[in-house]
Design a protein around this ligand. Structure first.
Ligand SMILES: Nc1ncnc2c1ncn2[C@@H]1O[C@H](COP(=O)(O)OP(=O)(O)OP(=O)(O)O)[C@@H](O)[C@H]1O
Ligand SMILES: [Mg+2]
Length: 455
């Protein structure tokens, strides 16, 4: 990794300075030297090093003064302080002033090597974050997450803010609102970005295999365990684990999961040895956590452990002003995927989109655009490119809506109303719109149905 990375060594003792420079060169760094703080400042100006490794006591300008000036004028340059024995107070003061760390002389080369690599990793991550913040400020975009609306900008800032730490984050929101994308973005903007991002979909794994998915297993641990297999914590070691659809995890497994989170250790099924893991855990759910808690689908102790920060991804119908930006970003991606060159949608399409409630959120928008660009070789999507079924519930959803002769008008109306509410996920405003009745009429009908329940 260090190949060509510029490091400046500052020390008034020629032998120490040259010795350290030779060592760093041998590791592949591009090293330059300075004999005191004043010379160091000149070298920083001309040589633009990424890291300064400086002695504390030096004539002219000492290490502490140098550190102060570097922090002020070259804040992107990292600083490692070398200290003699008995200068621990100054060393601590140095880290308070923003030095990455301090190392005691005589230097332990292994320690130096590791600290330097970690320092560069942190610097990389800070740079990525800085670039991401700028892009968020200038273009309103964070990673692949798009949204200029106030709602989305709040979400994106929160994501940028929590990304660098290792805090657990619970990401909530309806299906298709970008929860997984948010989790990936958190990972990519964290110092763990170069390590794995592992996503486990708790809804897709059979209950009997859930534990082994999390903890891993040894060969023969249970019938069907033909091979030793690492669990997702081991796979994500050093990186980030997304527990997707956490509300679907069996309650017994939740208890085991909690133990792993508390101890940072896993023991594979059928194994006696514990393995230490360093994993940042993110969890996502499209359930309302408080409801899942109340229904006993989510253990409260696990919930509190995961819910250090909660990020709620708003439904698309609540930030429709982001449609143009979302369409632009999704089209760009879909064009690349399908080798198309659709640049925009005509006004009529945009209007139609603005008047829709998007129960499937951004994923549904993406699907609609994807189907449309496949039939449009040109560069503008037109009304006629949008499938006729747009906005209609998928066939499987209208099972409650079988109309046959002999049904009373009142009963047909009742079924239509209830099914529409089902489709809009109980969004009454939207349902009333779709039904072409006022919200008040809808409420009245619902009251009527309540008072005369049907079997
Ligand atoms: N703000 C956004 N900007 C750009 N693309 C987005 C945004 N939100 C969602 N998407 C896209 O929408 C699709 C669905 O997102 P994602 O899979 O993250 O949703 P989800 O909330 O995890 O859904 P589910 O609950 O169904 O798993 C993806 O293709 C994603 O790239
Ligand atoms: Mg998801």
């Amino acid at each position: 990794m260090p190949r060509g990375v510029r490091v400046l060594v500052v020390d008034d003792e020629a032998a120490e300075r040259e010795g350290l420079a030779t060592l760093l060169d041998s590791w592949g760094y591009d090293t330059s030297v300075a004999a005191d703080g004043r010379e160091a400042l000149e070298r920083i100006q001309t040589g633009n090093p990424r890291v300064v490794i400086s002695d504390l006591r030096m004539p002219h300008l000492d290490g502490m003064e140098l550190l102060k000036q570097v922090r002020q004028e070259h804040s992107a340059v990292a600083f490692i302080m070398l200290t003699g024995q008995g200068t621990i107070d100054e060393a601590v003061a140095a880290t308070k002033l923003g030095a990455y760390t301090f190392l005691e002389k005589p230097l332990d080369p292994n320690r130096l090597r590791v600290e330097l690599e970690n320092c560069l990793k942190q610097q990389d991550s800070e740079r990525r974050l800085e670039i991401a913040h700028r892009r968020l400020r200038d273009a309103g975009i964070l990673g692949n997450l798009v949204g200029q609306s106030k709602r989305m900008q709040e979400v994106l800032s929160l994501i940028a803010q929590v990304a660098p730490s290792s805090a657990s984050v619970l990401i909530t929101g309806e299906s298709g609102t970008g929860k997984e994308l948010a989790a990936r973005t958190i990972h990519e903007l964290s110092p763990r970005a170069s390590k794995p991002f592992v996503a486990v979909n708790c809804a897709a794994i059979p209950e009997t295999l859930m534990e082994s998915e999390i903890l891993g297993h040894e060969k023969g641990a249970f019938t069907g365990a033909m091979e030793r297999r690492a669990g997702c914590f081991e796979l994500a070691d050093g990186g980030t684990l997304l527990l997707d659809e956490i509300g679907e995890m069996p309650i017994a497994t939740q208890a085991k999961l909690l133990r792993v989170l508390e101890d940072s250790k896993v023991r594979r099924l059928g194994s006696k040895t514990e393995i230490s893991v360093d994993v940042r855990v993110l969890a996502a759910t499209n359930k309302i956590p408080e409801e899942a808690l109340a229904k006993g689908q989510l253990r409260s102790d696990l919930y509190y452990r995961l819910n250090v920060v909660q990020i709620f991804m708003p439904p698309l119908r609540e930030h429709l002003e982001d449609l143009p930006d979302l369409i632009a970003a999704l089209l760009e991606d879909l064009n690349r995927k399908h080798g198309r060159r659709v640049k925009w949608v005509e006004d009529e399409v945009l209007d139609m989109f603005r008047n829709y409630s998007w129960p499937g959120n951004v994923r549904e928008l993406r699907n609609v655009l994807e189907r449309a660009i496949l039939v449009q070789p040109g560069d503008v999507l037109r009304r006629e490119n949008i499938p006729k079924t747009f906005g209609l519930p998928p066939p499987s959803v209208d099972n409650g809506l079988t109309l046959r002769p002999g049904l009373t008008v009142a009963e047909a109306e009742r079924r239509l109303i209830l099914e529409t509410l089902n489709f809009t996920r109980n969004n009454k405003t939207r349902a009333a719109e779709m039904l072409g009745i006022s919200l008040k009429t809808l409420h009245n009908k619902l009251k009527e149905y309540e008072s005369q329940p049907q079997n």
